[in-house]
Design a protein around this ligand. Structure first.
Ligand SMILES: [Zn+2]
Length: 394
């Protein structure tokens, strides 16, 4: 694959949902729907029928998926607020281009090959990451999904047009997949060459932290009389950072809401979301426990209360060892872990799954500066084509 060819197709998708502050492609928002249209166009141009499954995931097929033992590749279109363009879409664009390379090499797949785009991977609209793949794999209860609303109060079914009664496990679809490979931009600075193979995903999760105090007048309430949850919150942000550093783990509070959110009022309530990740489960458990304990101690001093509620927690995911080693050998690529969650991590529990990473020269992700060079992206396409040739064409 030449860098120019990659860039030519990339350019057809890149403007969608792009603004001054990065990408805003929330699940089933107009930009994400435009990405879905793009998917249908690309599939149509390659003679691949497209279907949307009961959980809103998109599939395009080369060969009849009913034949079973399919090799599927793909990723997602949705972004975090103000995200980058590569996280997700790179895997979908690369999938179509890799199929082009296979055809040019004169290789006809002996197994059905699918391209997938999963719904709401980032959880930016409904709060649960990997929503589409989790529902498909049965690791998210359908009634919980059906009860989800976005920040504007729009129900999941309303936003997606899906039948709420149809949400949930899709065992037949999973049974037809023999292998899943997701190509994704690497999200740190862990690669010193264009392409790598994933070993594992760190256990990670999101916890909602509710701090409650007493709303009051900012001008008349004596400092000594305040029960200000913002103080408990602020302390907890610092404590989370420190506890993560002590463990070589990651903790982030990047989202907050305050009520009443007024300049001249002491907050009555502050909600923060803790994103925590660690190399192993006991370290992650210890981290969240330590943050909870320190928040509670501080709440005692501030006259406030704090509750910690898990929203979505994913255990460590080790990718299929045989597949991982086979691909690493095939590509001569290094094997590396990641702290980022992916649909591949969800599917790994049900089907043999692997991931390819494309180098990220800046290490920036989930921010507008996220980037990969056309050269590296083209190398990623070639690697994915090699993988599809290995898995599906022999
Ligand atoms: Zn992603």
């Amino acid at each position: 694959m030449t860098p120019q060819r990659f860039a030519d197709l990339w350019r057809t998708l890149a403007p969608i949902g792009h603004g001054e502050s990065g990408y805003h492609r929330y699940a089933w928002s107009p930009p994400e729907l435009a990405c879905r249209d793009w998917f249908a166009e690309q599939a149509g141009a390659r003679g691949m029928p497209v279907e949307t499954d009961r959980n809103g995931n998109l599939w395009a097929w080369l060969g009849d998926p009913a034949a079973g033992d399919a090799v599927v590749t793909g990723s997602h279109f949705d972004s975090v607020p103000g995200g980058g363009g590569y996280d997700g879409p790179l895997g979908v664009v690369s999938a179509f281009l890799a199929l082009d390379l296979l055809a040019e090499r004169g290789l006809a797949p002996a197994r059905p090959v699918g391209v997938a785009a999963f719904a709401e991977e980032e959880g930016s609209r409904f709060g649960i990451a990997c929503l589409g793949s989790r529902l498909m794999c049965g690791t998210l209860a359908p009634d919980r999904a059906a009860a989800l609303r976005d920040p504007d109060g729009v129900w999941l079914a309303e936003a997606s047009g899906l039948d709420p009664a149809g949400l949930g496990p899709d065992p037949d679809r999973l049974a037809g997949i023999g292998a899943f490979v997701e190509l994704h931009v690497e999200q740190g600075r862990a690669l010193d060459r264009p392409v790598g193979v994933a070993s594992a995903i760190w256990p990670h999760g999101r916890w909602r932290l509710e701090f409650t105090g007493q709303g009051n007048h900012a001008g008349t309430t004596r400092m000594a009389d305040r029960r200000d949850p913002m103080l408990t919150f602020a302390y907890t942000v610092l404590a989370a950072n420190k506890e993560a550093r002590l463990r070589g783990a990651h903790a982030t509070i990047g989202r907050i809401s305050a009520a009443p959110n007024a300049t001249n009022a002491i907050a009555e309530r502050v909600t923060g979301w803790l994103d925590a990740r660690a190399a192993d489960q006991s370290t992650l458990d210890g981290l969240v426990e330590a943050v909870s304990v320190r928040a509670a101690e501080r709440a005692g001093r501030d006259g406030t209360t704090v509750t910690v509620t898990p929203e979505s927690v994913s255990p460590a995911t080790g990718f299929d060892a045989g597949l991982r080693d086979r691909l690493a050998t095939l590509l001569g690529a290094p094997v590396l872990p990641t702290g980022a969650g992916h649909d591949a991590g969800v599917l790994a529990a049900r089907v043999p799954t692997a991931m390819l990473f494309v180098r990220n020269p800046t290490g920036v992700s989930h921010a507008p500066g996220e980037y990969a060079t056309d050269d590296d992206c083209a190398a990623g396409v070639t690697a994915l084509a090699d993988v599809l040739a290995e898995l599906a064409c022999r």
